[in-house]
Design a protein around this ligand. Structure first.
Ligand code: PLP
Length: 367
């Protein structure tokens, strides 16, 4: 690709001086599990997310599962979530034996529509999981208002939103707890799979840590049947170094988004992404909407532009979820958007000249 979708090597170049000696030392001392790097990063990330606790875990899907379990989700329950999200949000509920329930999104930002949640609540509902999609927060306070009327816990899926804020407060601190992912391509990415749960509730944090480590806080004492989902020391080293650059990287993403808006404004048949009032966006993805999306995507790929789709099919219509019996038309706004959305290259080190190449290719492709 002439202009890649993502450039992780440029991020590594920014942190190499700091991370490489620390990684070499970790390999030589063989301190792979737990230890000061993990504890240090958990402290730093909790502060960054404005939460009292951060529990590092194996990946974002585990973080969601652990948070749902700690919130009381169990077999036979239902978990409300947006129709437009990565399938992992639904998988986490399924792994517990609960049913993921899609709620349609609003058309402007493609985030969960709080007005549609009430109608999806049943006596089996056990939690609501708004997703901070593409780098901006869902309207969590409106979701919480609906949830409170039914005494339901709210868990943020903050996998795409490290550093985002809503009304000045950080993603990861807006509800009872949040799950995030440090998959390498996220705004804050590890050297492999990793994730975390953040919360300011001491009991909730204890429960997540307990279940994440074989149901055990004290060695040889196993209080519940848990799982093994830990943050590795090598990932903590990478993450600590990247976290220090994250505010600057997110500022760079914002500048990329502003230039895209200038370059792509006024193109017939192309809709630019919007920001929900009250949000500070961190642009994990820059998602436009176009007619004949598949044709446009092919043309961009032929022109050497790394474009992507997030997501081309709502999760509940995928073969994996056929057994739930949802039909097309379940969430019309999300389904219509799925046919039109298109993610353009977006990363902190993207250069203005590269963005001009993208914009020229998009202009030609939508014609
Ligand atoms: C990436 C992602 C996840 C899952 O994270 P993994 O670390 O890949 O398991 C969950 N939800 C959303 C919205 C994501 O983007």
């Amino acid at each position: 690709m002439d202009v890649p979708f993502l450039d992780l090597r440029a991020q590594w170049a920014d942190i190499a001086d700091e991370a490489e000696p620390a990684l070499l030392e970790a390999f030589r001392s063989c301190g792979f599990i737990g230890g000061p790097h993990v504890a240090g990063f958990e402290r730093d990330y909790a502060a960054f997310a404005e939460a009292r606790h951060c529990i590092g875990v194996g990946n974002g899907t585990d973080a969601l599962e652990l948070a749902m379990r700690a919130a009381g989700v169990g077999p036979g329950g239902e978990v409300i979530m947006p129709a437009n999200t990565f399938i992992a949000t639904a998988e986490a509920a399924s792994r517990i034996g609960a049913r993921p329930v899609p709620v349609d999104v609003e058309d402007a930002c493609l985030l969960i529509d709080p007005e549609r949640i009430e109608a999806a609540i049943t006596e089996r509902t056990q939690a609501i999981v708004p997703v901070h999609l593409y780098g901006q927060c869902a309207p969590v306070e409106q979701v919480i208002r609906v949830a409170e009327g039914h005494h339901l816990p709210v868990i943020e899926d903050a996998a795409q939103s490290q550093g985002a804020t809503r009304h000045g407060r950080s993603a990861g601190s807006l509800a009872l707890a949040a799950a995030t992912s440090f998959y390498p391509g996220k705004n804050l990415g590890a050297s492999g799979d990793a994730g975390a749960v953040t919360t300011s509730d001491d009991g909730f944090a204890h429960q997540v840590r307990l279940v994440s480590a074989h149901g055990s806080i004290e060695k040889y004492s196993h209080e519940v049947v848990g799982l093994n989902s830990r943050l590795d020391a090598i990932h903590a080293i990478t993450l600590a170094a990247k976290l220090r650059r994250l505010p600057a990287w997110n500022r760079a993403r914002r500048a990329v988004a502003e230039l895209y808006a200038e370059l792509l404004g006024g193109i017939d048949g192309l809709r630019l992404p919007e920001t929900l009032p009250g949000n500070e966006h961190v642009w994990h993805l820059f998602v436009v909407r176009v007619d004949q999306r598949n044709r446009v995507l092919d043309r961009l790929h032929s022109a050497g532009i790394g474009a992507g789709l997030h997501y081309p099919q709502p999760w509940y219509l995928s073969p994996a979820y056929r057994h739930l019996g949802y039909r097309p038309g379940t969430a019309p706004v999300a389904e219509r958007a799925a046919d039109r959305l298109l993610s353009l290259p977006m990363f902190p080190h993207l250069k203005p000249q590269q963005q001009e190449r993208v914009a020229d290719a998009v202009r030609r492709a939508v014609r």
